[in-house]
Write a protein that binds this ligand. Structure first.
Ligand SMILES: [Mg+2]
Length: 172
């Protein structure tokens, strides 16, 4: 079950405090896009996301978007944020994350992988050996293929919470 276990469970992405992350030694956040940073059905970035990204910059934490979506969709959404994009990442496979880690020669324990889905994001991050953060999705609705994952996800998440005594926290 360890493969499903997020290192942290946080109610909302924007409760991840860049100053505290820096103190924890985090230098890179690799993050899912849809429903983690922006609602999946929205084409635009929010003021909240913008503020959070500029806070990350202030603490020299690099944000990289790692999405299973295609480059055009991801780039369109985040073009105004100065961030790297890894598109068609094929999560839950860990290769996109592993490649990034080895190419930027950063130590794995300085990397956080952030996402709203156990079955893709958390598994990918765990397989790649980085720290993982599960957040609650920004909208209640999901893409069709995501709905299938959610169906399996709910009982697994319950089990994880009871085995590891982990619960949702308000912030890091
Ligand atoms: Mg997502």
């Amino acid at each position: 079950m360890a493969i499903f276990k997020p290192t942290y469970m946080i109610n909302n992405t924007f409760e991840l405090n860049p100053e505290k992350l820096k103190l924890m030694g985090i230098t890179h956040i690799l993050s899912d896009l849809d429903n983690t940073l922006i609602p999946w059905d929205s084409p635009d970035i929010t003021p909240e996301l913008k503020r959070w990204v500029s806070e990350l910059e202030k603490y020299h934490i690099e944000l990289v978007i790692v999405s299973n979506n295609n480059y055009t969709r991801v780039h369109k959404a985040v073009a105004s944020l100065n961030v790297k994009i890894i598109a068609r990442a094929k999560k839950p496979l860990p290769f996109a994350i592993r490649n990034f880690v080895s190419m930027s020669s950063v130590s794995k324990n300085r990397v956080l992988f952030l996402g709203d889905q156990l079955m893709t994001d958390i598994i990918a991050g765990n397989l790649a050996g980085v720290k993982t953060v599960l957040v609650k999705p920004l909208t209640d609705t999901d893409m069709k293929k995501t709905r299938v994952n959610r169906f399996f996800e709910r009982p697994i998440l319950k089990l994880i919470q009871s085995i590891y005594k982990t619960t949702w926290k308000d912030k890091i």
